[in-house]
Design a protein around this ligand. Structure first.
Ligand SMILES: Cc1ncc(COP(=O)(O)O)c(C=O)c1O
Length: 384
């Protein structure tokens, strides 16, 4: 289990063997963690006291092995955000009625594909409602995505906050959205709200405020389903205390438990972050001024969390459980100043050729990987 990275690193032999055989940079995923996390969520949401749906947000990780593990659960659907994600979900065996689509700024091409797939779509602009009405069969059901109106993403960072920004109708705009749906021949059957990324326990008041807003609107707009999006997370930095599934479910029960509809969610990070580790190889160890630089064979094209979002992964030396001996700054192989995985981290004495493990790396790593600088995409392996 990758739940405890130290356990894995101790069997560094096999991790190294896999990394040497498949080549680095290499993501390794553990299906058992995915199953555990889905079980926790299932337990939490079933305590709300309403019928429920869990849609795994495949934007977090669309590796076929992950989708297979989710599919094998039997009662978990998919949250997709683009036509190609829908196509991949269908290929993985999910049926259209198990797929919920929440996209951003969809084009007519996107909307045509959504309608053709027959998946349920949540929309958050008058424009997309009008255009979807012209493209989808009359009477199609849609959801309205609402603005949570709070900024409760990870550590208050605006990059991870969804309130008062690009997404969703705010409360005064809901009437116009309903009018637009009616005029477009669409039936609104869902209210949707995604609050932010990796919500911390300390943000519970903001989360509850968003749920109270959602409940207030749901009491005025009768729907079949209220979808609370994703946002559950894991510990990245010491001091993070992610909102637990239990506390999350308690808040859902308090605010939404009395509604006469089903409750849906679409978690990504919580399901897969700790199911993944990224193995990279050290190619450079060199002191420059006061810093000892460790250069590795991956960059922010392989994992963007540190460079793009300021979320550093934890780093360990594979197969080395000795006490940390020195402080290093770990840099990637992309020609950009932002391409740093971690600054001033304590590690055992590092040598060129060593393998490093970066964790938790299962969410928004490989799914966001690019071929920037033609460095290529990462390798990926799945432990069953
Ligand atoms: C609409 C929507 N739903 C679900 C998710 C998954 O969120 P998370 O990974 O925080 O669980 C996202 C992430 O951006 C999202 O935008």
């Amino acid at each position: 289990m990758l739940r405890n990275l130290a356990d894995r690193i101790e069997w560094g032999e096999s991790l190294s063997a896999l990394a040497r055989r498949m080549g680095t940079p290499l993501y390794i995923y553990d299906a058992e963690v995915v199953r555990d996390r889905l079980a926790e969520l299932r337990h939490g949401i079933s305590c709300v006291g309403r019928p429920w749906h869990i849609h795994y947000a495949m934007k977090a990780n669309r590796h076929p092995g992950i989708l297979r593990a989710v599919r094998a659960e039997g009662d978990i659907g998919i949250d997709a955000s683009s036509p190609r994600e829908i196509a991949l979900a269908l290929d993985a065996g999910f049926t259209p009625d198990e797929i919920s689509v929440t996209s951003s700024m969809p084009s007519d091409r996107d909307l045509t594909e959504f309608a053709r797939a027959g998946a349920h779509v949540n929309l958050d602009t008058l424009s997309s409602i009008r255009r979807y009405g012209a493209l989808a069969p009359p009477g199609s059901r849609i959801g309205l995505r609402l603005d949570p109106e709070v900024a409760i993403g990870w550590r208050g960072d605006s990059r991870m906050a969804y309130g008062k920004g690009k997404f969703g109708f705010d409360e005064p705009a809901v009437a116009a959205a309903l009018d637009a749906a009616r005029a477009a021949g669409l039936e609104v059957d869902t209210l949707h709200m995604h609050c932010g990324w990796n919500i911390d326990a300390s943000a519970i008041d903001g989360f509850e405020a968003a749920l109270a807003l959602l409940a207030r609107i749901a009491r005025q707009v009768p729907v079949r389903t209220v979808n609370v999006g994703g946002g559950l997370g894991v510990r990245f930095l010491p001091g993070d205390q992610p909102l637990s599934p239990r506390a999350w479910a308690g808040a859902l029960r308090r605010h939404l438990g009395g509604l006469d509809c089903a409750i849906a969610c679409e978690p990504g990070t919580f399901v897969v972050a700790e199911a993944g580790v990224l193995i990279v190889e050290v190619n450079t160890v060199e002191q420059r001024r006061d810093t000892v630089w460790v250069g590795v064979d991956a960059g922010h094209n392989i994992n963007p969390l540190a460079a793009h979002y300021g979320v550093p992964l934890r780093i360990a030396a594979v197969g080395r459980v000795a006490e940390p001996a020195r402080r290093y700054t770990v840099a990637g192989n992309i020609n950009e100043a932002i391409d740093i995985f971690a600054r001033d981290v304590a590690l055992p004495e590092i040598r060129e050729g060593d393998l490093l493990a970066l964790f938790p790396a299962g969410a928004y790593g490989s799914s966001m990987a690019s071929d920037h600088c033609l460095r290529g995409r990462p390798n990926e392996a799945m432990l069953a």
